[in-house]
Write a protein that binds this ligand. Structure first.
Ligand SMILES: Nc1ncnc2c1ncn2[C@@H]1O[C@H](COP(=O)(O)OP(=O)(O)OP(=O)(O)O)[C@@H](O)[C@H]1O
Ligand SMILES: [Mg+2]
Length: 285
């Protein structure tokens, strides 16, 4: 993955408020039929909040991120960041995706230093800042390695450093740790939480892992099967700092929240499965 930011972050904290109102996104399928991927999504995420979005595959989670980042536009409704309608790439936003998007021909140092270079820092300043972030994500000594010389977990750390070096006020994460083994994922989650607590960007974190969502987030949003909309929103009242995500999942309150949210999510997962198991009926309008 590669984190990119094109402009400096918004100036004030409230500029990191995300508001989707009545957002609908229609696509044309490869066979030329129109179908609705997102339908009437209303979602407000307050500045500094860690929001996790869960929902069945194909329900429009990545599409929702596209509305916030400005990489895509609603067919109807409005996406606003800091009260301003999203138009072009949203300033102050960094992305982290599931797939590695590090530049394979650039070293760890150069990959992490790319954001500051885009922000017109000198190469020396960019590399100085990059070294600091490489250290913060526990990769000191690997500055001159290339992505192919790193493990999957190490590449994620590089990605995280490349995202956070831009000091984003909004961090959009699309299943960032989905490809990692369970232990590495837990380590990365702990590191993400520790770093997030230092700078508190607004985070929108997409995952299929409900335990991961509850362990990390202040708010868990459940989306319906396609056409996706917000089904329910759960405030996660587990105290912060959370400590190790591996341990919090045994807390009684965690188990209670998990049971409650899973009830809601399971219905949608079953519905989505039924949709794909009956392809002759075609997509829902
Ligand atoms: N550019 C596009 N053109 C046509 N259809 C699209 C496009 N982008 C997404 N879709 C469709 O919109 C629906 C939602 O896609 P999206 O990628 O947002 O789902 P998702 O919830 O992120 O799924 P997953 O959990 O599998 O990543 C899918 O049916 C997908 O095929
Ligand atoms: Mg997706």
């Amino acid at each position: 993955m590669l984190a990119r930011t094109t402009q400096p972050p918004p100036a004030t904290f409230s500029d990191a408020r995300i508001e989707l109102s009545g957002v609908t996104r229609r696509f044309t399928s490869p066979t030329g039929e129109a179908f609705t991927a997102l339908h009437d999504v209303d979602l407000t995420i307050e500045p500094g909040t860690f929001c996790a979005i869960v929902g069945p595959t194909g329900c429009g989670k990545s599409t929702t991120l596209g509305m916030i980042s400005g990489l895509d536009r609603p067919t109807a409704g409005a996406a606003r960041v800091g009260g301003t309608p999203v138009s072009g790439i949203t300033p102050g936003t960094s992305f982290m995706f599931q797939a590695d998007a590090l530049l394979p021909w650039k070293s760890v140092l150069a990959n992490v230093g790319l954001g500051p270079m885009f922000r017109h820092l000198s190469k020396r300043q960019a590399h100085q800042l990059a070294r600091d972030w490489i250290r913060r994500v526990g990769l000191a000594g690997f500055e001159n390695h290339y992505p192919h010389q790193l493990s999957g977990g190490m590449r994620k750390r590089v990605s995280l450093a490349a995202a956070l070096i831009n000091e984003p006020s909004i961090l959009l994460m699309d299943e960032p740790f989905g490809a990692l083994d369970v232990q590495t994922k837990a380590i990365m989650s702990n590191e993400l939480l520790a770093l997030w607590e230092q700078t508190r960007p607004t985070v929108v974190f997409i995952t299929h892992d409900l335990e991961e969502a509850i362990a990390l987030a202040d708010v868990v949003v459940v989306m319906t099967a396609r056409p996706g909309t917000v089904k329910a929103r759960y405030e996660i009242d587990l105290p912060r700092p959370r400590g190790a995500v591996q341990e919090i999942r045994f807390e009684p309150r965690f188990l209670e929240l998990h049971q409650q949210i899973w009830q809601s999510l399971r219905e949608e997962v079953e519905q989505a499965y039924a949709q794909t198991a009956a392809p002759q009926e075609g997509p829902r309008p």
